[in-house]
Design a protein around this ligand. Structure first.
Ligand SMILES: Nc1ncnc2c1ncn2[C@@H]1O[C@H](COP(=O)(O)OP(=O)(O)O)[C@@H](O)[C@H]1O
Ligand SMILES: [Mg+2]
Length: 299
């Protein structure tokens, strides 16, 4: 598999704080790569390093097969379409006027601009001032600006932040269709929900470290499924000091491996708790995400 972005030990230190810690990213070509992590986990700093907007403290970056350093960054950065933090654009100008500025700055053709505007479906709104746009429309204008030069790689920092479900759905459809056309899209979010259904590969940051990278199903495989114990007398089981949650069937326990399960069943049988059945159930993706990143700081 070829990778459009790779990093080796990518690190950023601010003062005495390591905010991005030894990342080995692998972003496969033509996918939507969901870059997840709680607020403050280092997503924006990482993306800014990929775009040469922030200089790494240590480590290497390769983008589209080229090693990036401070000498050649002016050649590599224009190959990436990007949207970092709040959407760009002048509020008092119309969408069309904003795109005209980008067209002159970047040296685009009219056809490229029209195609980008059509792709984000803003064609009917180009003569309105951008300050009258909804947040979702502003994000789409930002994406049109990033898309217009037809990059093979898009890096989008929290493009769904603050959007309503319909707006998120629109961005999701747009990014998935771009990936279908062969554009690699790296998209960050602090909310798993917002990227889960568009991303085919996930990279998860927790306190600056890459705590997971792979597909959604690999993420599931990482976690021990919960255990459901069917019993008509859950109170007696709880009285034995088990840490378990009550569920309609009886009890639900987290993080028990094979040996722990055998011990549990032995204990219950020993104390004459009726065990009608024991089975495994998957944790939700949200729960797995929380386990990996820690429960604090998510909002
Ligand atoms: N220029 C900077 N100087 C010092 N600390 C910074 C700077 N930029 C970001 N940080 C810190 O680095 C950490 C990661 O920030 P950031 O990359 O913005 O995280 P995220 O995008 O995941 O919310 C935060 O604790 C933030 O306060
Ligand atoms: Mg950020």
């Amino acid at each position: 598999m070829s990778h459009v972005i790779t990093t080796e030990g990518l690190t950023k230190v601010y003062g005495s704080r390591t905010v991005v810690d030894s990342l080995d990213l692998r972003v496969p070509e033509g996918c939507v790569y969901g870059f997840l992590g709680p607020n403050g986990s280092g997503k924006s700093t990482t993306m800014k390093m990929l775009l040469s907007l922030v200089r790494p403290s240590r480590g290497g970056i390769s983008v589209l097969g080229r090693p990036v350093d401070h000498r050649n960054r002016h050649e590599v950065a224009p190959l990436i379409g990007s949207l970092i933090e709040s959407p760009p654009g002048y509020g008092h100008l119309t969408g069309r006027e904003n795109m005209a500025i980008v067209r002159r700055m970047v040296g685009l053709t009219d056809r490229q601009v029209e195609h980008a505007v059509a792709t984000v479906r803003l064609g009917d709104h180009m003569d309105r001032p951008v300050r009258a746009y909804s947040l979702g429309m502003k994000q789409r204008l930002g994406i049109a600006m990033a898309l217009a030069r037809e990059p093979r790689l898009l890096v989008l920092d929290e493009p769904t932040n603050g959007l309503d479900p319909a707006g998120i759905e629109e961005i999701r459809d747009l990014l998935v269709s771009l990936a279908d056309e062969g554009v690699t899209v790296m998209v960050s979010s602090h909310l798993l929900d917002e990227v889960d259904r568009m991303a085919s590969v996930l990279g998860i940051l927790g306190r600056g470290r890459l705590v997971f990278q792979g597909t959604r199903s690999e993420l599931f495989d990482r976690s021990t499924p919960d255990l459901i114990v069917d019993t008509s007398e859950p109170e007696r089981a709880l009285a034995l000091g088990l840490s378990a949650a009550r569920v309609p069937e009886g009890l639900r326990l987290t993080g028990l491996g094979d040996d722990g399960t055998a011990d549990l069943v032995r204990l219950l049988v020993h104390h004459d708790v009726p065990v009608h059945g024991v089975r495994r159930v998957r944790r939700s993706l949200e729960e797995v995400f929380m386990d990996l990143t820690g429960h604090e700081g998510l909002s």
